[in-house]
Design a protein around this ligand. Structure first.
Ligand code: ARG
Length: 226
């Protein structure tokens, strides 16, 4: 699809992993959520058509690097390691990694995760943090929801995942809770191919406009009720 994906052309291709409510998820046959709406608004400002492709989270950066897609909007946290492989736009959301446990769990803070079985979505920052916990056994899942199901079934002791999807998953599954103490604070941004300054600048201009006009907040409020 490379020939169709020029940032100045008629169409722009976004990749995401639509297993991450409220940022991206399937509603019938459509991918909806905060990132999808932001991307639609950005594409509209750029005057191009948007195509969204769904794939595994750990395939997103390779898809950008190879030029299969123009950008990834996936609740993706900016970190040093990723900055070696892609460029990030200005950030558009504050986020955090939190810990989900069963309501009767003895785990009460991040320190209690030592030596525990921890579920994460493969390739996420939750995965990276879990890996650093002393003696922890990290179980990796394709979807965050699968980690939550394993927790529900007593196969693992905790899940490390982003706060907003954690809230959705805990609401959908009885007997789970989110610990008050977050693991980390982080920020989301859109990833583009390294060196694609033209697209990066256009997207930053569009994001700035969405922030200033209040449109970004409107999108967030549509999906996250305080
Ligand atoms: N914020 C975390 C990260 O960047 C998790 C993102 C997962 N996103 C998704 N669409 N599944 O690693």
């Amino acid at each position: 699809a490379a020939e169709k994906t020029e940032s100045t052309g008629g169409k722009i291709v976004m990749v995401t992993n639509a297993e991450f409510p409220p940022y991206e998820y399937h509603e019938n046959d459509t991918i909806v959520g905060i990132d999808a709406d932001i991307a639609r608004a950005v594409a509209e400002q750029m005057g191009v058509e948007l195509e969204i492709q769904d794939m595994a989270f750990d395939s997103l950066i390779p898809a950008i690097q190879s030029g299969k897609a123009d950008f990834a909007a996936a609740g993706m946290t900016v970190n040093e390691d990723r900055l070696k492989n892609v460029d990030f736009t200005d950030t558009y959301a504050q986020a955090a990694q939190v810990i989900i446990v069963k309501t009767d769990s003895p785990i009460a803070s991040p320190d209690d995760l030592t030596g525990k079985k921890i579920g994460v979505q493969t390739g996420t920052t939750g995965d990276i943090y879990a890996d650093d916990i002393e003696n922890a056994e990290v179980q990796r899942f394709n979807k965050g929801m699968e980690a939550v199901m394993a927790l529900n079934q007593g196969k693992i002791d905790a899940v490390i995942i982003d706060r907003e999807p954690a809230k959705v998953f805990v609401k959908e599954n009885e007997g789970l809770k989110i610990l008050d103490e977050a693991f980390t604070e982080e920020e989301y941004a859109i990833a583009v191919k390294k060196g694609n300054t033209e697209l990066l600048e256009k997207m930053n201009a569009a994001i700035k406009e969405l922030k200033e006009s209040g449109e970004l907040q409107k999108i967030v409020d549509k999906y996250i009720t305080a």
